[in-house]
Write a protein that binds this ligand. Sequence first.
Ligand code: ZN
Length: 323
Amino acid sequence: MLYPLKMNPIYKEVIWGGKRLKEVFGKEIPSCNTGESWEIACHENGTSLVANGELKGKSLKEVIYIYGKNALGTKIWEEGNNKFPLLVKFIDASDKLSVQVHPEDEYARIHEGDFGKTEMWIVLDAKPDAKLVYGVKPKVTKKELEKGIKEGTLEKLLNFVDVKKGDVFFIPAGTIHAIGAGILIAEIQQNSDTTYRVYDWNRVDDKGNSRELHVKKALDVSVLSDVVGKEKLKGRIVKEGKNIRNYLVSCKYFSTEIIEINTESKESLNGEKFNLLIFIEGEGRITYKGGYVPFKKGDSFFIPAKMGDYSIVGQSKLIKTYI
Ligand code: ZN
C-alpha cells in the first residue's frame, strides 16, 4: 500500500552554518554550525531515509527500486530515466556563502557526470539588513568578470539584493549567486551537487589558506544578463475557498507552489508524477485512502505518484513541488 513517506533529514555541518534549524523547526541538529538540512535527497552525497510506516529505514533509492514507476511517476519512467530528479534543502546561513555558479545539464554531464543545477529559494527568515547576490551588475563583460575573479575585486561587479521573509528567487543555471548572512531558506534544485566557486570574499582560514576558486569552469558557464529589478518572483495567486495557492515556478526541471491551508486542501496524483511536500508553518495530517500521517512544520514528505487522492488537513503553510 502506497502512503505519504516522511523523510529523515541529513545534516551538513559547515563553517557558515548556524542553529536556526533547531530554533525555527525544532530539528535535532548535530552542532551550532549546521548549514544545511537535506530534506529530500537521492544523491551520492546524501540519500534520505524513510522515517515512517512499513518502509521505515529504507533509502529513497530503495523506495524507487521497490515501487518503481508507482513512486517516480510515468513521466520520468517512460523517458527511460529512473534517477530521482530533485533535491530539497533547508539552508541556514549564519555567515555568507561563497559566490558561486552552477552549470546547465550538458556542461555538467560532460565535465562532472552530474546533472546541471537550476535552483530556487524561498526565504523563510531573514535578519533586518540581510542581502544576497543575484547575478552581476548590468553590462558586466566576461573579461571584467575574469579580471574581478583573478584579482579578488569581484565584489563591485555583483548585484546585491535586500532580502526579507517571503521573498522568492529563481536561479537558472549560469546565474552568479550567493546566499548572504542571516538568511534561512528552503531550496529546491535539480539533483546535483556541482558548484563552481567564483569568489570567497577574500576569506582565509586560521592557517591562512583560502578556498579554491574554479575560474575557468565558472567563466565557461556564467550567463551575464541584466537581472536588476527582476530578481524576485511574485507568482500567481489563486484563492481556493479558505486556502491560498501561489503558483511560483513552472520550469523544465520543476514546478513549485506555496499553499496556505486554513482547513483542508484536496490534492490528487494519477501516477504521472510524484509530489514533494515541505511544511514551513503549522501542523496537521495528510489523509489518504489507507489512513493518515501527522505532520508539523519542518517536516518533508515524498508522496508517491500512484498515491491517488490525498488531503492536507490542518492550518499550515507548505511548499509543494513536482516535475
Ligand atoms: Zn547555488
